[in-house]
Write a protein that binds this ligand. Structure first.
Ligand code: NAD
Ligand SMILES: O=C(O)C(=O)C[C@@H](O)[C@H](O)[C@H](O)COP(=O)(O)O
Ligand code: ZN
Length: 367
């Protein structure tokens, strides 16, 4: 097992990464100072529950904890007002109090939803992340918790740090192929924003990583978590540099919202977004020619899309991008590459140029 730390003063917490960690959750709870007098509440989804919920509940009960649970639908639709209201009702009915602890057992959807339930119930109770997807190496770290609105992604949320992240990498063996690929979008993103040599390593080892070779995948997760933890420690509430973690997301979130959170998953949407961001940067002369080609080739090696998806109109995407949280006074503030392994926040990007890049990508698609 490897343990990293997110350094945030009194809100600091460990990220434990390793095999068979779900069976050790009671010990990690003790380490985190959670006593058996505190009621636990596990939130998970319909795909994860049959695989991992019962053994977890059993080990917690055997250790003396009182524990209840909720199971939500699988996928992005669960990050909705409707599901939030339902789970909140179940949590209230179960008799949780201010000392109770929520456990988020699942991918980024369960993590974001459960974290927002924890941030809102009685104005905030502790929660613990038990990630079960590759993508969740990103979502379980950093305390961004949220649900979606039909007009925009993650528009209703909070910053609420977990007490701990317990990442059992054995859970990845049951992930569908499409979700493995989605997870690599955020792994690649972590390389593109901060570490050229990590990108080169991802290029070299793509075949084995796609097969989830255990040692390599553990290294990829550790490196991704470490990059994220460092950025979050420097700028917890995204006053400045945390925005770099948003590479590809202004485009990606717009696709997700327009498609009513179906058709493309988050990893696919931001993969297309990273392709578009790299083209835009080249067009603006921010980075040398070839950065976009290398970015897209790497994403394609992880079976991710990088070109315009069917059924989207560039103008609609541009309008949806206006609701991005980085935008101020209607301006487009985007994260764009300077080179492979270095990105920056570029303010007030010309919308005609953004539209042109999207139209060109849509045009290539139609050929
Ligand atoms: N808070 C953050 O910092 C942050 C960062 C990145 C992404 N996100 C959010 O994360 C969400 C995407 O997360 P995701 O890709 O993990 O999606 P997800 O949670 O929907 O999981 C993907 C699918 O895999 C299933 N699944 C999960 N674990 C499984 C397992 N071990 N075996 C079999 N099936 C399993 C789920 O039921 C779901 O159908 C998006 O809403 C995105 O906005 C948040
Ligand atoms: O943690 C962050 O900060 C990120 O931007 C990580 C992203 O991968 C993640 O998708 C996040 O939820 C996006 O945040 P948002 O503020 O753009 O909704
Ligand atoms: Zn993301």
């Amino acid at each position: 097992m490897k343990t990293l730390r997110v350094e945030l003063g009194e809100r600091s917490y460990p990220i434990h990464i390793g095999k068979n960690l779900l069976s050790r959750v009671p010990a990690f709870l003790t380490e985190a100072g959670v006593s058996v007098k505190q009621m636990l509440y596990v939130i998970t989804d319909e795909n994860v529950a049959p695989l991992y919920l019962e053994p977890l509940l059993q080990s917690l009960r055997e250790s003396g904890y009182t524990v209840h649970s909720s199971v939500v639908a699988g996928g992005e639709q669960a990050k909705s007002f409707h599901v939030f209201e339902r789970v909140m009702g179940e949590v209230i009915a179960a008799g949780l109090d201010r000392k109770s602890v929520i456990l988020a057992l699942g991918g980024g959807v369960v993590g974001d939803l459960s974290g927002f339930v924890a941030a809102s119930f009685m104005r905030g109770i502790p929660f613990i992340q038990l990630p079960t997807t590759l993508l969740a190496h990103d979502s379980s770290v950093g305390g961004k918790v949220a649900i979606n609105h039909k007009l925009g992604k993650n528009l209703i949320g909070a910053f609420h740090q977990p007490l701990a992240v317990i990442y059992d990498t054995d859970t990845l063996t049951s992930l569908p192929r499409r979700e493995v690929a989605a997870g690599f979008a955020e792994v690649v993103k972590h390389g593109l924003i901060s570490a050229e040599e990590f990108v080169a390593w991802l290029e070299e080892n793509a075949e084995a990583l796609n097969q989830l070779e255990p040692e390599l995948i553990a290294t990829a997760i550790e490196r991704g978590c470490a990059i994220k933890a460092q950025i979050v420690s420097e700028d917890e509430t995204e006053q400045d540099t945390r925005a770099l973690l948003n590479l590809g997301h202004t485009f990606g979130h717009a696709f997700e919202a327009i498609a009513a959170y179906s058709q493309l998953n988050h990893g696919e949407a931001i993969s297309i977004g990273m392709g578009l961001a790299s083209e835009l940067a080249e067009k603006m002369g921010l980075c040398e020619q070839g950065v976009s080609e290398r970015t897209k080739r790497l994403l394609a090696r992880y079976h991710l899309p990088t070109e315009w998806p069917d059924g989207f109109d560039p103008y609609d995407v541009l309008e949806a991008m206006r609701r991005d949280k980085k935008g101020v006074a209607g301006r487009f503030n985007l994260i764009l590459p300077r080179t492979i392994g270095k990105v920056e926040i570029v303010k007030n990007v010309d919308e005609a140029l953004i539209l042109q890049v999207m139209r060109e990508s849509a045009g290539r698609r139609q050929k």
